[in-house]
Design a protein around this ligand. Structure first.
Ligand code: ADE
Length: 280
C-alpha cells in the first residue's frame, strides 16, 4: 500500500472521491494515496465488516494536519438502488463528488465450456453493468441532486490486461474490454459536462498477486489530477510493457486443426508454432 506519494502534498485538498472495492488490493492502495494527498474518500464494497476495518487502518495513516477522511459505505454495484444510495450518501456527507474510481469487480477461473450462463452473467453484471451504474449514477443521481453533471469531475475505470484475450477468465476479459470501450463513449458524451474519463489496465492478475498494487495507484492519481486535464478517453497500461513483450497464454496444440485449402502447405503453420514455442 502507498505509504507516501510522488505527488505534492495537498494536491487533492478538499476533493472527494468514491473508490469502489476501496477496502482491498489496488482499491486500498488508491484510497491510501488519495488520502495522503488530502482527498476525502468513500470506500465501498459488499462486505461492510472488511470495509470498516480497512477504513480504520487507513484512518491511522492520514497525516494529522490533513482534513481528509475515509468513510465506508456498503454497496453492491450490481444493484441500482444501492449505487444511487452510495452516490446520494456521499453527496450528503461531503456535498460534492469530484472523483470516481471504478475498481470494484470480481471473477473466477474457468474455461468457457465449464462456465454456466449464471456464472457468466454474474461476472458481466459486476464488472460491466456495475461500472455502468456507478458512472451513470455518479453523474446523474437525480436532476436536483447531481454534482459531476454541473461541476465536472474525473472518472478512472480499472480494467485488465485482456489485450490478447483472456483464456481461463473469458467473462472478465469480455467485460473489461467492454468497459474500455464504454470509457471512450462516455469521454465524448460527457465532455461538455467537464467530466474526463479514462481507464487504467494493470498487469496480469498473476503478477498483481506478487504485490504491485502501489504501482497502479500513482497512475490513477495522475489521471485524476490537473496534470491530466487534457486527457480523456485514454487507456493507460500499467504493466511494465508486459502486454507488449510476452503472452501469458500457453500456445495450444494445433494438431486437430482443419486441413488447409488445397495447394497450401500446412507444415508452414506447424513450423511457425514450433519456432515460437522454442523461443518461450
Ligand atoms: N466487488 C466484487 N463484487 C462486487 C459487487 N457486486 N459490488 C461491489 N463490490 C464488489
Amino acid at each position: 500500500m502507498a505509504a507516501s506519494s510522488v505527488f505534492k502534498a495537498g494536491l487533492f485538498n478538499y476533493k472527494v472521491a468514491i473508490v469502489t472495492g476501496g477496502g482491498t488490493g489496488i482499491g486500498k492502495a488508491i484510497t491510501s494515496e488519495l488520502l495522503q494527498l488530502g482527498c476525502s474518500v468513500v470506500i465501498s464494497s459488499r462486505k461492510l465488516e472488511r470495509l470498516e476495518s480497512a477504513a480504520e487502518e487507513l484512518t491511522q495513516k492520514i497525516p494529522p494536519s490533513s482534513l481528509a477522511k475515509v468513510t465506508p459505505i456498503q454497496c453492491n454495484i450490481r444493484n441500482e438502488e444501492e449505487v444511487k444510495n452510495l452516490m446520494a450518501s456521499t453527496l450528503k456527507l461531503h456535498g460534492r463528488i469530484d472523483f470516481l474510481v471504478n475498481n470494484g469487480g470480481g471473477q473466477f477461473s474457468s474455461p468457457v465450456n465449464l462456465m454456466s450462463a449464471k456464472g457468466w452473467k454474474a461476472v458481466i453484471d459486476t464488472n460491466l453493468n456495475g461500472t455502468f451504474l456507478c458512472c451513470k449514477e455518479g453523474l446523474f443521481i437525480c436532476s436536483y441532486n447531481a454534482w459531476m453533471k454541473d461541476h465536472g469531475g474525473a472518472i478512472v475505470n480499472i480494467i485488465a490486461d485482456m489485450w490478447k484475450g483472456f483464456p481461463g477468465m473469458a467473462h472478465t476479459g469480455a467485460a473489461r474490454a467492454a468497459v474500455d470501450n464504454l470509457t471512450k463513449s462516455l469521454a465524448i458524451e460527457w465532455a461538455d459536462n467537464g467530466v474526463r474519463i479514462n481507464s487504467v489496465a494493470p498487469v496480469s492478475a498473476r503478477t498483481l498477486k506478487k504485490g504491485v498494487d502501489m504501482h497502479i495507484s500513482p497512475a490513477v492519481c495522475f489521471l485524476l489530477s490537473p496534470a491530466a486535464s487534457y486527457i480523456t478517453g485514454a487507456t493507460l497500461k500499467v504493466d511494465a510493457g508486459q502486454s507488449l513483450y510476452h503472452s501469458v497464454w500457453e500456445i495450444p496444440d494445433h494438431t486437430a486443426w482443419p486441413p488447409a485449402p488445397e495447394g497450401e502447405n500446412t507444415d508452414i503453420l506447424r513450423e511457425i508454432m514450433d519456432t515460437t514455442k522454442s523461443k518461450l
